[in-house]
Design a protein around this ligand. Structure first.
Ligand SMILES: [Zn+2]
Length: 610
């Protein structure tokens, strides 16, 4: 990550400085056992949960999860860039920073990207100034009419693009930005006369930030009813709207705190929500939900409430969106604004309390679909019941938790006046059609289920333990790599940590856990790493737990592979490609056998993770 400063120097520097000395300048710390404790500088708290370890030279907050080493602290808290943070620490230690040459290509890319962010920032300032000027009077009135106060306008850095052909273009040219750069960022196009024409004219401007608070693009809304109502930046080197969520930079802390994100459609909805104290609202940028959106949310929470428009198109969109999110493992609920109002309108009338009530009442995916199906079919006829049930079974099948699934089955049984046994029977039919055992047939009779492999919780615990062990006993790496390597880590953060660690080690870098932090760019991943480093010591009987871990993770991995292969086989069967489907069947059988034998080994030795 660092670029021009040699890595060895950075690692060496980190071992010379005492992190406690650096952090003490920012946070009062008290010695407590081996560590120091203080009030977290990253979130507000009354009892200290911010821990600094002089032994490991890292910090970690057990309240908000922030963590890192001396460099990340200076970057996050002191506002340093990485290079400045290194220079700062070097100065404290009284050493000079050596310089390493970036390849010219890399240096060019890096500085170009930085320049693009800088240009977008200039554009934000330009738009904000225009909103405050006489030109922006109508736009100001429009925002006031929508009920937005000065504070929220500043928070979202709203602005106004004047009703002129090339004001922004000329402004940027005067700041020594080139035509090419302006066009690349989608801020203007070239007209037939060869002159620049601003993309956004006479529109309220919504700057779009990434989750690291950098401006990546813009949205613009007209002040009247002309079309298009909304205009976004085109795809640029910085902007891809299928991958961004509006307002995430402002919402991420609240999403973590509330353990829930509220996903909305429009810019105005998100802003109105924040203005009314619903801080965990984010927006899709007028595009259909993508898996990328889901993954972005999963960095902060596993719970999503969809708050989409009530019209038919909006409902279709939310149904598709839910499926995408659910397939990623997110828990999805759907809230409906009564009387077909939009969220903005509802908030203005009912405020935070009314809205929070709707969020709380939002039905889960299965309940929502059940209601939709009951509108469509007649639940009083047998045919109707069958149709409703068949529409819901694929969703029931996807619910991971048996307890939760049972709850849904109870609900459906009650609403359709069916016995639960009938529903379980339908599910088994579905299951034999689609593949591997997912439900024990005795599940609803509350007898012990057939061991079908480790629980999810055990898998996550296992991944964490394995990483902790590998960080302290790198000599185990080859064996883990052989057993499946990064594939074993289904948690994306753990997987990233493993992969970076493995690659550094393989390239002969004798890296220590604490130094690994410097190589990890994503904050969430870093937090997971500091959490692991601060974790309890590796126990004396680690070898036994290690074996369980490896087995558990291999079994889980195979389970997923089997499901994938199975789906593939069904595809081939459907398309009539018998040869291929038989080929896959053979592979599948081998995998199932392997998994069986791993499971029985695990059952025999007893799993210490469960
Ligand atoms: Zn904290």
């Amino acid at each position: 990550m660092p670029g021009q400063i040699p890595q060895d120097f950075i690692d060496d520097l980190r071992s010379r400085v005492d992190i406690v000395d650096v952090i003490k300048d920012y946070v009062p710390l008290k010695k407590q056992g081996q560590n120091y404790k203080g009030l977290c500088p990253f979130h507000s708290e009354k009892t200290p949960s911010f821990v600094v370890s002089p032994h490991k030279q890292i910090y970690h907050c057990f309240g908000c999860g922030k963590g890192g080493n001396v460099f990340t602290f200076l970057m996050d808290k002191g506002g340093f860039t990485f290079v400045d943070a290194v220079a700062h620490v070097a100065k404290l230690c009284g050493v000079a920073v050596p310089q390493e040459e970036l390849t010219p290509e890399k240096a060019k890319q890096k500085s170009l990207r930085e320049k693009y962010f800088h240009i977008n920032k200039l554009a934000v300032v330009f738009f904000q100034e225009r909103l405050d000027s006489r030109q922006g009077k109508a736009a100001g009135l429009y925002l006031a009419k929508r009920g937005l106060g000065k504070e929220i306008i500043a928070k979202f850095a709203l602005g106004y693009a004047p009703n002129a052909w090339d004001e922004l273009g000329r402004y940027l040219l005067s700041k020594e930005i080139t035509e090419e750069e302006i066009i690349t960022l989608g801020l203007a196009t070239k007209g037939q006369s060869g002159k620049l024409i601003d993309r956004f004219r006479n529109r309220v401007i919504f700057p779009i930030f990434d989750d690291r608070n950098r401006v990546i693009g813009f949205g613009g809304r007209v002040l009247d009813d002309s079309q298009p109502k909304y205009l976004n930046s085109p795809e640029t080197p910085l902007f891809n709207k299928g991958r961004q969520l509006y307002g995430l930079n402002l919402a991420k802390a609240a999403i973590r705190d509330e353990e829930k994100a509220i996903l909305m459609e429009g810019y105005m909805d998100v802003i109105a929500a924040h203005q009314h104290g619903i801080g965990q609202a984010v927006g899709t940028l007028g595009t259909a939900l993508t898996a990328e959106h889901g993954k972005l949310l999963m960095r902060y929470t596993y719970n999503v409430v969809l708050c989409f428009d009530a019209d038919a198109a909006g409902q279709e969109a939310s149904l598709r969106g839910m499926d995408i999110l659910r397939q990623l493992g997110l828990r999805v609920a759907v809230m409906t604004i009564p009387d077909g109002k939009d969220p903005d309108e509802f908030l203005r009338r009912n405020g935070q309390e009314g809205f929070s009530q709707l969020v709380k009442q939002a039905p889960s995916l299965v309940e929502y679909k059940l209601a939709k199906q009951m509108e469509k079919y007649n639940k009083n006829t047998v045919a109707g019941k069958v149709q409703i049930l068949q529409a819901l079974i694929p969703d029931l099948y996807q619910v991971q938790s048996p307890v939760e699934r049972h709850g849904f089955i109870e609900l459906i049984a009650q609403r359709l006046s069916l016995s639960e046994t009938v529903i379980y029977a339908e599910m088994r039919k579905f299951q034999t059609k689609t593949g591997p055992t997912r439900f024990s047939k005795h599940e609803h009779e509350e007898t012990a289920p057939v061991p079908s492999g480790p629980s999810l919780n055990a898998a996550v615990k296992g991944q964490r333990f394995l990483l902790k062990l590998l960080l302290e006993k790198p000599e185990m790496l080859p064996e883990v790599e052989e057993a499946g390597g990064k594939e074993l880590f289904t948690d994306q953060f753990y997987q990233e940590i493993y992969q970076i660690y493995y690659l550094l080690r393989r390239s002969g870098h004798n890296i220590k856990a604490e130094d690994l932090i410097t190589h990890i760019e994503k904050e969430e991943t870093r937090q997971k790493l500091t959490e692991i480093i601060l974790d309890d010591e590796v126990p004396a009987d680690w070898a036994r737990i290690y074996k369980d871990c490896l087995l558990t993770l291999q079994i889980d991995w195979l389970k997923q592979k089997i499901a994938e292969k199975n789906a593939l086989m069904i595809e081939y069967e459907k398309s009539g490609n018998v040869t291929k489907s038989l080929e896959i069947l053979a592979e599948l059988q081998k995998m199932i056998q392997k998994r069986q034998s791993l499971v029985s080994t695990l059952v025999k030795v007893g799993n210490s993770l469960e």
